[in-house]
Design a protein around this ligand. Structure first.
Ligand code: IVH
Length: 682
């Protein structure tokens, strides 16, 4: 058996090695039990030979006694903050400024995730971790060494092989810099917060609200044994002060940190152009939700240290770095309850009622939870704290539930077995995603939705037939189907509460006028699965009459450019159903027009055939649906997202990400006035 000092040294080397393999490389070579055995052996030996204990021994990670209070430490170099940007244009501005200050030299940027945790500085003297401190006010922070040591992936000693073979190393394989300061972010994985909270709740303690707050709180604990329970993690992203090593670029610095045994985030990319930077940043806007930890943006850094030196620092932050915050604003709020709405096709949609929260300038209190699969895959429960996101004009979206913040009082959501509106049985559709009410025309909620869709502006545009009247008409039993609308009379309408003769007559006039809207608008209003305004338009143009369309085979339908097999099947199935045929026959008898003339091109006759146009922002003259109808009339397609195939974008006020995207891709942008001139003159 080897002598105690040698065995202790060997055990420490082995433990450090396996720690690194497990926590930094995620490639463990031995089992947890084998690892524990090594640590036990070391502790036993150190107990027998206390003179061998050193502060950097792995046995000391959690071994320290609680501290009395925090000691303030001055940073060797100030820990500065960074400027924030929110839009691609601001990144281009950052790039222009840098190029100008550097006299137009080429610049390499390095882009990293902005980890949402707590900034720390780690000092290694002679290769041994001596002091770890929080940022504090940037000049001085709190010494939290005792707690940082509990982070398993934080090296207590620098891996001595890091400089081996480096031309700039001193040639000695065991060479270690005199001084090395690593900077990084301590954070907590979301699932670890959840585990910690389960333990806290079991003990009757309050759960911790989110990973960043609990990281900050954990570092402020006096007892490292308590901190160890919080399962903190670390990424290093920069060198601070250093002495005795030669590093010229950020990428070299990161490579060196890795070799010394520090954890460095894998999602780091260099770019030679700002457009590359922007595309990479944007690629993380939604992908980041799949990471096991929180991020709040990206960080863009100039790679070359000499260029950094010349760029210098303003009073607040360095000129060579900028943060790019994701456009979407996120907020944390409570999911109070879940309502079930019934759509026009009977689909049950769960909708979250939220404690109101301000996001991107509006107050959000409801958000769709889409379907059963959405709820179960994200494990969302009633009573959960949820992260809600809203970007510009986009509807609010529930990103995830903070499983970590659970108290145990949360309730799993069960879809009702019966329709909450009509009591008919509910069934799961053949794809297993959506629940549907089987009540059909017996479900008043479905009828109301069908009527709303029918009367809306871009469909039959029935003036006076709004949500409130529809509710009344259906609730009183006056209207049970679309044809019933055309059977309304003055006498019947006057039976309704608060319905005067004038409004009744106006409504009847509106209904009468709608008979002439033509096939396209009629189809758009008929609640055919997957058939929205633009498909309705396409079908009307292609077939010209309801009879032609009704008798078309699925193969014929799928030959139409823009109609895929799923859509073709859905249209075919609709017209084969006796119930739909009955509705159509009734409407025909009631005098509703069932044909479409080949659309006369509006004056001037601009031709948008084959062109895709995107409308964004709020317009003055047109409603969104109106301008999209004009685009379709001219043969174009109105799309929802900008791509390189977009012919042009019409941008109104407060246009957001779509406008940015258009600029980025070099897609032509028009104002509303320019659009009007364009369609008039061409
Ligand atoms: S670089 C002087 N890189 O973001 C610039 N910071 O205000 C040094 N952060 O609290 C910071 N991830 O701790 C940098 N990859 C990253 C980062 C990052 C997160 C934090 C940083 C600070 C804040 C910037």
């Amino acid at each position: 058996m080897s002598k105690a000092p040698e065995r202790v040294a060997e055990l420490r080397r082995l433990i450090d090695h396996h720690n690194r393999k497990y926590y930094v490389d995620a490639q463990p070579e031995i089992s947890d039990r084998e690892f524990d055995r090594l640590l036990e052996e070391l502790k036993e030996l150190e107990a027998k030979h206390p003179e061998l204990i050193t502060p950097d021994s792995p046995s000391q990670r959690v071994g320290g006694a609680p501290i009395d209070g925090f000691v303030t430490v001055r940073h060797r170099q100030p820990m500065l903050s960074i400027d924030n940007t929110y839009k691609p244009e601001e990144l281009r501005e950052f790039d222009r400024r840098i190029k100008k200050l550097l006299g137009g030299e080429p610049v390499k940027y390095v882009v990293e995730l902005k980890i949402d945790g707590v900034a720390i500085s780690l000092t290694y003297e002679g290769g041994v971790f001596t002091v770890g401190a929080t940022r504090g006010d940037g000049e001085q922070g709190d010494d939290v060494t005792h707690n940082l040591k509990t982070i398993r992936e934080l090296p207590l000693t620098l891996s001595s092989t890091a400089l081996q073979g480096r031309p700039d190393g001193p040639g000695d394989p065991s060479y270690i810099p005199k001084l090395l300061e690593a900077r990084g972010e301590v954070y907590m994985k979301r699932e670890d917060l959840a585990k910690t909270n389960r333990e806290r709740i079991a003990k009757g303690l309050e759960p911790l609200i989110n990973p960043r707050n609990s990281t900050a709180g954990s570092l402020k604990l006096l007892d490292p044994r308590e901190c160890a329970k919080r399962r903190l993690r670390l990424f290093t992203y920069a060198l601070g002060a250093f002495d005795g090593i030669d590093v010229k670029t950020h990428l070299d610095g990161l490579a060196l940190l890795k070799k010394f045994g520090f954890p460095v985030n894998p999602h780091i990319e260099p770019f030679d152009t700002i457009e590359g930077v922007i595309a990479y940043c944007d690629s993380w806007a939604t992908k980041r939700n799949d990471l096991p930890y929180d991020t709040d943006g990206m960080v863009v850094k100039v790679n070359d240290f000499e260029q950094r030196r010349r760029l210098g620092t303003t009073s607040k932050s360095p000129r060579w770095v900028v943060a790019y915050k994701f456009a979407a604003e996120q907020g944390l709020t409570k999911l109070e309850s879940i309502d079930v709405q019934v759509g026009k096709l009977g689909t049950l949609t769960p909708v979250a009622n939220l404690t109101p929260v301000k996001l991107a300038g509006t107050t959000v209190s409801r958000a769709s939870l889409h379907n059963a699969e959405f709820i179960s895959s994200k494990d969302i429960r009633v009573g959960d704290m949820v992260v809600v996101e809203k970007a510009g004009e986009i509807i609010p979206y529930v990103v995830r539930a903070e499983h970590g913040a659970r108290t145990g009082a949360e309730k799993k959501f069960e879809f009702p077995k019966k329709c909450p509106h009509c009591g008919s049985p509910v069934e799961l559709d053949k794809n297993g995603t959506f629940y549907r009410c089987t009540g059909g025309r017996n479900c008043t909620a479905q009828i109301k939705e069908i009527l709303r869709a029918f009367a809306r502006r871009s469909a039959m545009d029935i003036e006076g037939l709004g949500v409130k009247i529809i509710d009344q008409l259906v609730d009183t039993g006056l209207v049970n189907s679309i044809p019933d609308v055309y059977r309304l009379t003055l006498e019947k309408l006057l039976e309704l509460e608060r319905m005067g003769e004038k409004s009744a007559q106006n409504l009847l006039d509106g209904i009468q006028a709608s008979k002439e809207r033509g096939l396209a608008r009629l189809l758009a209003g008929m609640a055919i699965q997957h058939v929205g305004d633009s498909v309705a338009d396409l079908l009307a143009r292609e077939f010209g009459s309801m009879d032609e369309l009704m008798n078309a085979k699925a193969e014929r339908l799928s030959q139409i450019n823009g109609v895929g097999p799923v859509l073709a099947e859905s249209i075919h199935a609709y017209f084969q159903s006796p119930a739909s045929r009955k509705v159509i026959e009734e409407l025909r008898e009631l005098g509703v027009k069932m044909t479409e003339e080949k659309p006369a091109k509006p004056k001037g006759g601009a031709d948008l055939t084959g062109k895709t146009v995107v409308v964004t922002g709020s317009l003055k003259k047109y409603e969104r649906e109106e301008i999209e109808a004009v685009i379709r009339q001219l043969g174009g397609k109105a799309a929802g997202s900008v791509s390189k195939n977009t012919a042009f974008v019409v941008a109104g006020e407060k246009a957001g990400s779509k406008l940015d995207k258009a600029k980025e891709l070099g897609v032509q942008v028009m104002t509303e006035e320019e659009f009007d001139q364009f369609i008039a003159k061409t």
